[in-house]
Design a protein around this ligand. Structure first.
Ligand code: SAH
Ligand code: SF4
Ligand code: F3S
Length: 472
Protein backbone atom coordinates (compact mmCIF):
# COMPACT_ATOMS: atom_id res chain seq x y z
CA UNK A 1 0.00 0.00 0.00
CA UNK A 2 1.37 3.40 -0.97
CA UNK A 3 -0.60 6.45 0.14
CA UNK A 4 -0.43 10.00 -1.26
CA UNK A 5 1.15 12.76 0.79
CA UNK A 6 0.53 16.42 -0.11
CA UNK A 7 3.65 17.64 1.66
CA UNK A 8 5.84 15.34 -0.39
CA UNK A 9 3.92 16.25 -3.54
CA UNK A 10 4.83 19.88 -2.95
CA UNK A 11 8.56 19.26 -3.04
CA UNK A 12 10.51 19.83 -6.22
CA UNK A 13 13.63 17.76 -6.76
CA UNK A 14 16.49 18.50 -9.10
CA UNK A 15 16.65 14.88 -10.23
CA UNK A 16 16.67 14.24 -13.96
CA UNK A 17 13.96 11.82 -14.88
CA UNK A 18 14.74 8.67 -16.78
CA UNK A 19 12.98 7.79 -19.99
CA UNK A 20 11.40 4.35 -19.84
CA UNK A 21 9.38 2.39 -22.33
CA UNK A 22 6.20 0.61 -21.40
CA UNK A 23 6.04 -3.17 -21.72
CA UNK A 24 3.11 -5.34 -20.79
CA UNK A 25 3.86 -8.54 -18.91
CA UNK A 26 3.15 -11.25 -21.53
CA UNK A 27 1.27 -13.35 -18.96
CA UNK A 28 -1.37 -10.62 -18.65
CA UNK A 29 -2.05 -10.18 -22.36
CA UNK A 30 -5.67 -11.14 -23.06
CA UNK A 31 -6.01 -12.65 -19.56
CA UNK A 32 -9.42 -11.00 -19.03
CA UNK A 33 -10.91 -11.61 -22.47
CA UNK A 34 -14.69 -11.54 -22.35
CA UNK A 35 -14.83 -9.03 -19.45
CA UNK A 36 -16.18 -5.51 -19.90
CA UNK A 37 -14.96 -2.21 -18.47
CA UNK A 38 -16.74 1.08 -17.93
CA UNK A 39 -14.57 4.20 -17.61
CA UNK A 40 -15.87 7.64 -16.68
CA UNK A 41 -13.56 10.65 -17.03
CA UNK A 42 -13.81 14.02 -15.28
CA UNK A 43 -11.61 17.10 -15.67
CA UNK A 44 -9.30 18.51 -18.29
CA UNK A 45 -7.98 17.32 -21.64
CA UNK A 46 -4.95 15.86 -19.92
CA UNK A 47 -7.25 13.55 -17.98
CA UNK A 48 -9.14 12.71 -21.17
CA UNK A 49 -5.87 11.75 -22.77
CA UNK A 50 -4.85 9.67 -19.73
CA UNK A 51 -8.14 7.85 -20.19
CA UNK A 52 -7.15 7.07 -23.79
CA UNK A 53 -4.08 5.32 -22.36
CA UNK A 54 -6.08 3.60 -19.63
CA UNK A 55 -8.54 2.22 -22.20
CA UNK A 56 -5.74 0.80 -24.30
CA UNK A 57 -4.08 -0.79 -21.24
CA UNK A 58 -7.35 -2.49 -20.30
CA UNK A 59 -7.95 -3.61 -23.86
CA UNK A 60 -4.53 -5.27 -23.93
CA UNK A 61 -5.66 -7.27 -20.92
CA UNK A 62 -8.64 -8.42 -22.97
CA UNK A 63 -11.35 -6.09 -21.61
CA UNK A 64 -13.92 -4.55 -23.98
CA UNK A 65 -15.50 -1.17 -23.35
CA UNK A 66 -19.15 -0.73 -22.38
CA UNK A 67 -20.87 2.64 -22.02
CA UNK A 68 -23.43 1.24 -19.58
CA UNK A 69 -21.86 0.83 -16.15
CA UNK A 70 -24.56 -1.63 -15.12
CA UNK A 71 -23.16 -4.16 -17.64
CA UNK A 72 -19.54 -3.78 -16.64
CA UNK A 73 -17.29 -6.16 -14.75
CA UNK A 74 -14.77 -3.39 -14.03
CA UNK A 75 -15.89 0.17 -13.21
CA UNK A 76 -13.26 2.88 -13.11
CA UNK A 77 -13.45 6.62 -12.39
CA UNK A 78 -10.69 8.91 -13.68
CA UNK A 79 -11.24 11.87 -11.38
CA UNK A 80 -10.52 15.61 -11.14
CA UNK A 81 -9.78 17.72 -8.04
CA UNK A 82 -9.89 21.21 -9.47
CA UNK A 83 -13.13 22.35 -7.78
CA UNK A 84 -15.43 20.92 -5.16
CA UNK A 85 -18.16 20.07 -7.66
CA UNK A 86 -15.78 17.76 -9.55
CA UNK A 87 -15.28 15.91 -6.25
CA UNK A 88 -18.99 15.75 -5.60
CA UNK A 89 -19.74 14.31 -9.02
CA UNK A 90 -17.19 11.53 -8.60
CA UNK A 91 -18.42 10.68 -5.10
CA UNK A 92 -22.00 10.66 -6.44
CA UNK A 93 -21.00 8.15 -9.09
CA UNK A 94 -19.18 6.00 -6.51
CA UNK A 95 -22.46 5.89 -4.58
CA UNK A 96 -24.19 4.41 -7.62
CA UNK A 97 -21.40 1.89 -8.07
CA UNK A 98 -21.83 0.87 -4.43
CA UNK A 99 -25.49 0.02 -5.01
CA UNK A 100 -24.60 -2.01 -8.07
CA UNK A 101 -22.03 -3.93 -6.05
CA UNK A 102 -24.69 -4.88 -3.53
CA UNK A 103 -26.50 -6.64 -6.38
CA UNK A 104 -23.40 -7.92 -8.14
CA UNK A 105 -20.63 -8.41 -5.54
CA UNK A 106 -18.23 -9.78 -8.17
CA UNK A 107 -17.74 -6.39 -9.89
CA UNK A 108 -14.45 -4.55 -9.42
CA UNK A 109 -14.37 -0.80 -8.70
CA UNK A 110 -11.37 1.47 -9.16
CA UNK A 111 -10.54 5.15 -8.77
CA UNK A 112 -7.67 7.04 -10.37
CA UNK A 113 -6.75 10.53 -11.54
CA UNK A 114 -6.19 13.68 -9.53
CA UNK A 115 -8.45 12.84 -6.57
CA UNK A 116 -6.38 9.73 -5.98
CA UNK A 117 -3.45 12.06 -5.27
CA UNK A 118 -5.30 13.71 -2.38
CA UNK A 119 -4.54 12.36 1.08
CA UNK A 120 -7.99 12.99 2.50
CA UNK A 121 -9.77 11.35 -0.40
CA UNK A 122 -7.74 8.17 -0.04
CA UNK A 123 -8.22 8.12 3.75
CA UNK A 124 -11.99 8.48 3.23
CA UNK A 125 -11.98 5.62 0.73
CA UNK A 126 -10.08 3.36 3.12
CA UNK A 127 -12.32 4.20 6.04
CA UNK A 128 -15.69 4.56 4.43
CA UNK A 129 -15.63 2.94 1.00
CA UNK A 130 -14.35 -0.62 1.35
CA UNK A 131 -16.27 -1.45 -1.83
CA UNK A 132 -13.58 0.39 -3.83
CA UNK A 133 -11.14 -2.34 -4.82
CA UNK A 134 -8.19 -0.34 -6.07
CA UNK A 135 -6.78 3.18 -6.33
CA UNK A 136 -3.86 4.42 -8.41
CA UNK A 137 -2.55 7.92 -9.09
CA UNK A 138 -1.52 10.15 -11.97
CA UNK A 139 2.15 9.10 -11.79
CA UNK A 140 1.61 5.36 -12.09
CA UNK A 141 -1.00 4.79 -14.79
CA UNK A 142 1.42 2.30 -16.36
CA UNK A 143 1.07 0.15 -13.23
CA UNK A 144 -2.67 -0.40 -13.83
CA UNK A 145 -2.42 -3.89 -15.42
CA UNK A 146 -0.28 -5.29 -12.58
CA UNK A 147 -2.25 -3.56 -9.85
CA UNK A 148 -5.59 -4.72 -11.21
CA UNK A 149 -4.34 -8.27 -11.61
CA UNK A 150 -3.01 -8.28 -8.02
CA UNK A 151 -6.27 -6.92 -6.73
CA UNK A 152 -8.29 -9.59 -8.54
CA UNK A 153 -5.96 -12.21 -7.20
CA UNK A 154 -5.64 -11.14 -3.54
CA UNK A 155 -9.14 -9.65 -3.21
CA UNK A 156 -7.61 -6.94 -0.99
CA UNK A 157 -8.09 -3.21 -1.43
CA UNK A 158 -4.99 -2.22 -3.41
CA UNK A 159 -3.85 1.39 -3.06
CA UNK A 160 -0.80 2.57 -4.91
CA UNK A 161 -0.34 6.31 -5.31
CA UNK A 162 3.09 7.86 -5.81
CA UNK A 163 3.31 11.34 -4.31
CA UNK A 164 6.16 12.30 -6.57
CA UNK A 165 6.58 12.07 -10.26
CA UNK A 166 8.54 9.07 -11.39
CA UNK A 167 10.17 8.47 -14.73
CA UNK A 168 8.50 9.43 -17.98
CA UNK A 169 6.93 6.38 -19.56
CA UNK A 170 6.98 6.37 -23.34
CA UNK A 171 5.22 4.05 -25.76
CA UNK A 172 2.15 3.40 -23.66
CA UNK A 173 -0.61 2.05 -25.86
CA UNK A 174 -3.38 4.51 -26.68
CA UNK A 175 -7.01 4.10 -27.71
CA UNK A 176 -7.68 7.47 -29.38
CA UNK A 177 -11.28 8.66 -29.32
CA UNK A 178 -11.04 10.27 -32.75
CA UNK A 179 -9.40 9.27 -36.00
CA UNK A 180 -9.00 12.95 -37.03
CA UNK A 181 -7.90 14.78 -33.88
CA UNK A 182 -5.30 13.64 -31.38
CA UNK A 183 -3.90 14.79 -28.05
CA UNK A 184 -0.14 14.76 -27.63
CA UNK A 185 1.40 15.37 -24.20
CA UNK A 186 4.42 17.63 -24.30
CA UNK A 187 4.91 18.52 -20.64
CA UNK A 188 3.63 16.93 -17.45
CA UNK A 189 3.02 18.61 -14.08
CA UNK A 190 3.24 22.25 -13.12
CA UNK A 191 5.67 24.33 -11.06
CA UNK A 192 3.69 27.55 -11.00
CA UNK A 193 1.90 26.95 -7.69
CA UNK A 194 -0.86 29.49 -8.23
CA UNK A 195 -2.16 29.79 -4.67
CA UNK A 196 -5.67 28.50 -5.39
CA UNK A 197 -4.66 25.52 -7.50
CA UNK A 198 -4.29 21.84 -6.61
CA UNK A 199 -2.68 20.77 -9.91
CA UNK A 200 1.00 21.17 -8.87
CA UNK A 201 0.24 18.68 -6.06
CA UNK A 202 -1.83 16.21 -8.07
CA UNK A 203 0.35 16.27 -11.20
CA UNK A 204 3.75 16.93 -9.65
CA UNK A 205 6.85 18.55 -11.00
CA UNK A 206 7.12 20.08 -14.44
CA UNK A 207 8.69 17.47 -16.75
CA UNK A 208 9.03 17.91 -20.49
CA UNK A 209 9.00 14.97 -22.84
CA UNK A 210 11.98 14.71 -25.14
CA UNK A 211 11.39 16.51 -28.40
CA UNK A 212 12.22 13.38 -30.42
CA UNK A 213 9.44 11.44 -28.69
CA UNK A 214 6.95 14.23 -29.40
CA UNK A 215 7.92 14.66 -33.06
CA UNK A 216 7.89 10.88 -33.63
CA UNK A 217 4.39 10.70 -32.20
CA UNK A 218 3.17 13.55 -34.43
CA UNK A 219 4.82 12.01 -37.53
CA UNK A 220 3.05 8.76 -36.81
CA UNK A 221 -0.26 10.63 -36.54
CA UNK A 222 0.40 12.36 -39.87
CA UNK A 223 1.10 8.96 -41.38
CA UNK A 224 -2.20 7.64 -40.00
CA UNK A 225 -4.07 10.53 -41.62
CA UNK A 226 -4.78 12.65 -38.55
CA UNK A 227 -5.77 16.24 -39.32
CA UNK A 228 -5.17 17.90 -35.99
CA UNK A 229 -2.98 17.60 -32.90
CA UNK A 230 -3.47 19.37 -29.60
CA UNK A 231 -0.22 19.71 -27.68
CA UNK A 232 -1.05 19.27 -24.02
CA UNK A 233 0.37 20.58 -20.78
CA UNK A 234 -0.80 22.54 -17.73
CA UNK A 235 1.58 25.21 -18.91
CA UNK A 236 2.86 24.37 -22.38
CA UNK A 237 4.89 27.56 -22.63
CA UNK A 238 7.26 26.20 -20.00
CA UNK A 239 8.16 23.38 -22.40
CA UNK A 240 11.89 22.60 -22.28
CA UNK A 241 12.71 24.69 -19.21
CA UNK A 242 13.53 21.54 -17.27
CA UNK A 243 15.73 20.13 -20.04
CA UNK A 244 19.28 21.03 -21.01
CA UNK A 245 19.80 23.60 -23.77
CA UNK A 246 17.55 26.39 -25.03
CA UNK A 247 15.08 24.34 -26.99
CA UNK A 248 11.73 25.71 -25.83
CA UNK A 249 8.09 25.99 -26.88
CA UNK A 250 8.82 28.23 -29.89
CA UNK A 251 11.29 25.69 -31.29
CA UNK A 252 8.96 22.77 -30.57
CA UNK A 253 6.01 24.52 -32.24
CA UNK A 254 8.14 25.14 -35.31
CA UNK A 255 9.29 21.50 -35.50
CA UNK A 256 5.74 20.24 -35.04
CA UNK A 257 4.56 22.66 -37.76
CA UNK A 258 7.22 21.23 -40.10
CA UNK A 259 5.71 17.74 -39.82
CA UNK A 260 2.93 19.19 -42.00
CA UNK A 261 0.15 18.03 -39.73
CA UNK A 262 -2.71 20.19 -41.07
CA UNK A 263 -3.71 21.70 -37.72
CA UNK A 264 -1.89 22.36 -34.47
CA UNK A 265 -3.43 23.61 -31.26
CA UNK A 266 -1.84 23.89 -27.81
CA UNK A 267 -3.27 24.27 -24.30
CA UNK A 268 -2.74 25.84 -21.82
CA UNK A 269 -0.57 28.92 -22.12
CA UNK A 270 0.40 30.72 -18.93
CA UNK A 271 0.85 34.39 -19.89
CA UNK A 272 4.08 34.61 -17.90
CA UNK A 273 5.98 32.23 -20.20
CA UNK A 274 4.60 33.46 -23.54
CA UNK A 275 7.58 34.63 -25.60
CA UNK A 276 7.83 36.85 -28.67
CA UNK A 277 9.56 34.01 -30.53
CA UNK A 278 6.42 31.90 -29.98
CA UNK A 279 4.31 34.67 -31.53
CA UNK A 280 6.71 34.82 -34.42
CA UNK A 281 6.44 31.06 -35.09
CA UNK A 282 2.63 31.06 -34.77
CA UNK A 283 2.31 33.78 -37.36
CA UNK A 284 4.74 32.15 -39.80
CA UNK A 285 3.11 28.72 -39.92
CA UNK A 286 -0.45 28.55 -41.25
CA UNK A 287 -0.94 25.10 -39.72
CA UNK A 288 -0.64 26.57 -36.22
CA UNK A 289 -4.22 27.61 -35.50
CA UNK A 290 -4.92 31.26 -34.66
CA UNK A 291 -6.61 30.30 -31.43
CA UNK A 292 -4.99 30.82 -28.06
CA UNK A 293 -6.23 29.95 -24.60
CA UNK A 294 -4.73 32.56 -22.29
CA UNK A 295 -6.19 32.37 -18.78
CA UNK A 296 -6.28 35.76 -17.05
CA UNK A 297 -8.07 34.72 -13.79
CA UNK A 298 -8.65 38.29 -12.57
CA UNK A 299 -8.47 41.93 -13.68
CA UNK A 300 -7.24 43.19 -10.31
CA UNK A 301 -3.52 43.50 -9.61
CA UNK A 302 -4.01 42.91 -5.89
CA UNK A 303 -5.91 39.67 -6.54
CA UNK A 304 -3.47 38.54 -9.25
CA UNK A 305 -0.68 38.98 -6.73
CA UNK A 306 -2.55 37.00 -4.08
CA UNK A 307 -3.16 34.30 -6.69
CA UNK A 308 0.58 34.15 -7.40
CA UNK A 309 0.01 34.63 -11.12
CA UNK A 310 3.27 36.59 -11.73
CA UNK A 311 1.76 39.16 -14.14
CA UNK A 312 -0.21 42.36 -13.80
CA UNK A 313 -3.33 43.46 -15.60
CA UNK A 314 -1.16 45.80 -17.70
CA UNK A 315 1.33 43.11 -18.72
CA UNK A 316 -1.51 40.71 -19.57
CA UNK A 317 -3.12 43.37 -21.76
CA UNK A 318 0.18 44.12 -23.50
CA UNK A 319 0.57 40.44 -24.42
CA UNK A 320 -3.10 40.17 -25.37
CA UNK A 321 -2.88 43.11 -27.79
CA UNK A 322 0.43 41.88 -29.23
CA UNK A 323 -1.21 38.56 -30.06
CA UNK A 324 -4.23 40.28 -31.61
CA UNK A 325 -2.09 42.63 -33.69
CA UNK A 326 0.54 40.18 -34.86
CA UNK A 327 -1.46 37.02 -35.50
CA UNK A 328 -4.07 37.68 -38.16
CA UNK A 329 -7.58 36.66 -37.17
CA UNK A 330 -6.45 35.48 -33.72
CA UNK A 331 -9.16 34.26 -31.35
CA UNK A 332 -8.33 34.42 -27.65
CA UNK A 333 -10.15 32.54 -24.92
CA UNK A 334 -9.61 32.67 -21.17
CA UNK A 335 -10.38 31.36 -17.67
CA UNK A 336 -11.63 33.67 -14.91
CA UNK A 337 -12.15 33.03 -11.20
CA UNK A 338 -14.58 35.24 -9.24
CA UNK A 339 -14.81 35.44 -5.47
CA UNK A 340 -11.16 34.77 -4.66
CA UNK A 341 -10.90 35.22 -0.85
CA UNK A 342 -11.33 38.91 0.00
CA UNK A 343 -12.07 40.04 -3.58
CA UNK A 344 -13.89 43.38 -3.15
CA UNK A 345 -16.66 44.61 -5.34
CA UNK A 346 -14.31 47.19 -6.85
CA UNK A 347 -11.80 44.46 -7.66
CA UNK A 348 -14.51 42.39 -9.29
CA UNK A 349 -15.47 45.48 -11.34
CA UNK A 350 -11.87 45.55 -12.61
CA UNK A 351 -12.33 41.99 -13.89
CA UNK A 352 -15.54 43.04 -15.63
CA UNK A 353 -13.73 46.01 -17.21
CA UNK A 354 -10.95 43.72 -18.45
CA UNK A 355 -13.52 41.31 -19.95
CA UNK A 356 -15.07 44.28 -21.77
CA UNK A 357 -11.71 45.40 -23.08
CA UNK A 358 -10.60 41.95 -24.26
CA UNK A 359 -13.93 40.84 -25.75
CA UNK A 360 -12.84 37.21 -25.41
CA UNK A 361 -13.92 34.64 -28.00
CA UNK A 362 -14.61 32.17 -25.20
CA UNK A 363 -14.25 32.20 -21.43
CA UNK A 364 -14.55 29.56 -18.72
CA UNK A 365 -15.73 31.28 -15.57
CA UNK A 366 -15.64 29.81 -12.06
CA UNK A 367 -16.38 30.64 -8.46
CA UNK A 368 -13.31 30.17 -6.28
CA UNK A 369 -13.37 26.76 -4.65
CA UNK A 370 -11.02 26.24 -1.67
CA UNK A 371 -8.78 23.19 -2.19
CA UNK A 372 -7.33 21.53 0.92
CA UNK A 373 -3.57 21.95 1.10
CA UNK A 374 -3.35 25.07 -1.09
CA UNK A 375 -2.39 28.46 0.42
CA UNK A 376 -5.57 30.26 -0.75
CA UNK A 377 -7.75 27.78 1.13
CA UNK A 378 -6.39 29.25 4.38
CA UNK A 379 -7.25 32.88 3.55
CA UNK A 380 -10.08 34.72 5.31
CA UNK A 381 -13.07 34.91 3.06
CA UNK A 382 -15.79 37.28 4.18
CA UNK A 383 -17.67 37.31 0.88
CA UNK A 384 -20.92 35.37 0.90
CA UNK A 385 -21.80 32.58 -1.50
CA UNK A 386 -24.76 34.62 -2.80
CA UNK A 387 -22.50 37.56 -3.58
CA UNK A 388 -20.10 35.27 -5.46
CA UNK A 389 -22.93 33.75 -7.44
CA UNK A 390 -24.17 37.19 -8.39
CA UNK A 391 -20.69 38.18 -9.56
CA UNK A 392 -20.44 35.05 -11.66
CA UNK A 393 -23.78 35.79 -13.26
CA UNK A 394 -22.82 39.39 -14.05
CA UNK A 395 -19.52 38.26 -15.53
CA UNK A 396 -21.24 35.60 -17.62
CA UNK A 397 -23.61 38.16 -19.08
CA UNK A 398 -20.66 40.28 -20.19
CA UNK A 399 -18.57 37.47 -21.67
CA UNK A 400 -21.57 35.86 -23.40
CA UNK A 401 -22.39 39.17 -25.05
CA UNK A 402 -18.95 39.22 -26.70
CA UNK A 403 -19.08 35.56 -27.76
CA UNK A 404 -22.16 36.46 -29.78
CA UNK A 405 -20.69 39.69 -31.11
CA UNK A 406 -17.48 37.92 -32.25
CA UNK A 407 -19.51 35.17 -33.87
CA UNK A 408 -21.68 37.70 -35.70
CA UNK A 409 -18.56 39.18 -37.31
CA UNK A 410 -18.09 35.88 -39.13
CA UNK A 411 -21.46 35.96 -40.92
CA UNK A 412 -21.03 35.65 -44.71
CA UNK A 413 -17.37 34.67 -44.33
CA UNK A 414 -16.08 31.31 -45.52
CA UNK A 415 -14.02 29.58 -42.85
CA UNK A 416 -12.03 26.32 -42.76
CA UNK A 417 -13.72 23.59 -40.71
CA UNK A 418 -12.47 20.20 -39.59
CA UNK A 419 -15.63 18.10 -39.89
CA UNK A 420 -16.04 15.74 -36.95
CA UNK A 421 -19.37 14.03 -37.50
CA UNK A 422 -23.12 14.43 -37.61
CA UNK A 423 -24.82 16.71 -35.12
CA UNK A 424 -26.37 14.94 -32.11
CA UNK A 425 -29.54 16.99 -32.40
CA UNK A 426 -30.04 16.65 -36.14
CA UNK A 427 -28.78 13.66 -38.15
CA UNK A 428 -28.84 15.74 -41.34
CA UNK A 429 -26.38 18.31 -40.05
CA UNK A 430 -22.61 17.99 -39.82
CA UNK A 431 -20.53 19.65 -37.12
CA UNK A 432 -16.92 20.66 -36.77
CA UNK A 433 -14.59 23.36 -35.50
CA UNK A 434 -13.27 26.40 -37.34
CA UNK A 435 -9.59 27.39 -37.31
CA UNK A 436 -10.49 29.78 -34.48
CA UNK A 437 -12.01 26.85 -32.54
CA UNK A 438 -15.67 27.76 -32.95
CA UNK A 439 -18.30 25.05 -33.16
CA UNK A 440 -20.22 25.17 -36.43
CA UNK A 441 -23.22 23.12 -37.62
CA UNK A 442 -23.81 22.99 -41.34
CA UNK A 443 -25.45 21.14 -44.17
CA UNK A 444 -23.22 18.89 -46.23
CA UNK A 445 -22.60 15.34 -47.33
CA UNK A 446 -21.26 12.77 -44.84
CA UNK A 447 -18.24 12.23 -47.13
CA UNK A 448 -16.85 15.44 -45.67
CA UNK A 449 -16.36 13.88 -42.22
CA UNK A 450 -12.69 13.81 -41.29
CA UNK A 451 -11.73 16.53 -43.78
CA UNK A 452 -10.96 20.23 -43.52
CA UNK A 453 -13.49 21.98 -45.76
CA UNK A 454 -14.68 25.54 -46.48
CA UNK A 455 -17.97 26.48 -44.81
CA UNK A 456 -19.85 29.72 -45.26
CA UNK A 457 -21.23 31.13 -42.01
CA UNK A 458 -24.93 31.98 -42.26
CA UNK A 459 -25.95 32.51 -38.66
CA UNK A 460 -24.30 33.31 -35.35
CA UNK A 461 -25.37 32.16 -31.89
CA UNK A 462 -23.66 32.67 -28.53
CA UNK A 463 -21.93 29.28 -28.45
CA UNK A 464 -22.04 28.15 -32.07
CA UNK A 465 -22.36 29.09 -35.72
CA UNK A 466 -24.57 27.78 -38.50
CA UNK A 467 -23.37 27.51 -42.08
CA UNK A 468 -23.44 25.80 -45.44
CA UNK A 469 -20.71 23.83 -47.21
CA UNK A 470 -18.97 26.16 -49.63
CA UNK A 471 -17.08 23.65 -51.78
CA UNK A 472 -16.66 24.64 -55.39
N1 SAH B 1 -2.99 25.26 -16.25
C1 SAH B 1 -4.03 26.10 -16.60
C2 SAH B 1 -5.29 25.91 -15.82
C3 SAH B 1 -5.69 24.59 -15.30
S1 SAH B 1 -7.09 24.56 -14.29
C4 SAH B 1 -3.57 27.53 -16.42
O1 SAH B 1 -2.83 27.86 -15.55
O2 SAH B 1 -4.03 28.37 -17.10
C5 SAH B 1 -8.31 25.35 -15.29
C6 SAH B 1 -8.90 26.53 -14.63
O3 SAH B 1 -9.61 26.18 -13.46
C7 SAH B 1 -7.94 27.58 -14.16
O4 SAH B 1 -7.47 28.40 -15.18
C8 SAH B 1 -8.75 28.34 -13.15
O5 SAH B 1 -9.48 29.38 -13.77
C9 SAH B 1 -9.71 27.30 -12.63
N2 SAH B 1 -9.38 26.90 -11.27
C10 SAH B 1 -8.25 26.31 -10.83
N3 SAH B 1 -8.30 26.14 -9.49
C11 SAH B 1 -9.47 26.65 -9.07
C12 SAH B 1 -10.10 26.79 -7.80
N4 SAH B 1 -9.51 26.38 -6.68
N5 SAH B 1 -11.34 27.36 -7.77
C13 SAH B 1 -11.94 27.79 -8.89
N6 SAH B 1 -11.39 27.69 -10.10
C14 SAH B 1 -10.17 27.13 -10.20
FE1 SF4 C 1 -2.74 25.58 -11.65
FE2 SF4 C 1 -1.44 27.84 -12.03
FE3 SF4 C 1 -0.31 25.53 -12.75
FE4 SF4 C 1 -2.37 26.46 -14.10
S1 SF4 C 1 -0.34 27.43 -13.92
S2 SF4 C 1 -2.09 24.38 -13.40
S3 SF4 C 1 -3.61 27.45 -12.54
S4 SF4 C 1 -0.79 26.20 -10.66
FE1 F3S D 1 -8.66 18.29 -12.89
FE2 F3S D 1 -6.38 17.13 -12.59
FE3 F3S D 1 -7.01 18.19 -14.91
S1 F3S D 1 -7.35 18.44 -11.13
S2 F3S D 1 -8.32 19.88 -14.33
S3 F3S D 1 -8.01 16.50 -13.97
S4 F3S D 1 -5.00 18.11 -14.00
Amino acid sequence: MLLPNLKEARERTKKDYQRQEYHLDEALKGKYTGKKYYLKTYGCQMNEHDSENIKALLEELGFDETTDYKNADLLLLNTCSIRENAHNKAFGMLGRFKHLKEERPEIVIGLCGCMAQEEQVVIDIMERAPFVNFVFGTHNIHRLPTLLDECLHTKHQEIEVYSREGDIIEKMPVHRESTYKAFVNIIYGCDKFCTYCIVPYTRGKQQSRKKEDIIDEVLELVHEGYQEVTLLGQNVNAYGKDLEGDYGMAELLEDVAKTNIPRIRFVTSHPWDFTSSMIDVIKRYPNIMPSIHLPVQSGSDRILKLMGRRYTKASYLTLFHQLKEQIPNCAISTDIIVGFPGETNAEFEETLALAKECKFDNAFTFIFSPRAGTPAAKLEDPITKEEKEERLQRLNEVVNHYFLLNNQKLIDQTVPVLVEGTSEKNENLLFGYTDTNKLINFEGSKDLIGKIVPVKVTEAKTWSLDGVYDGR
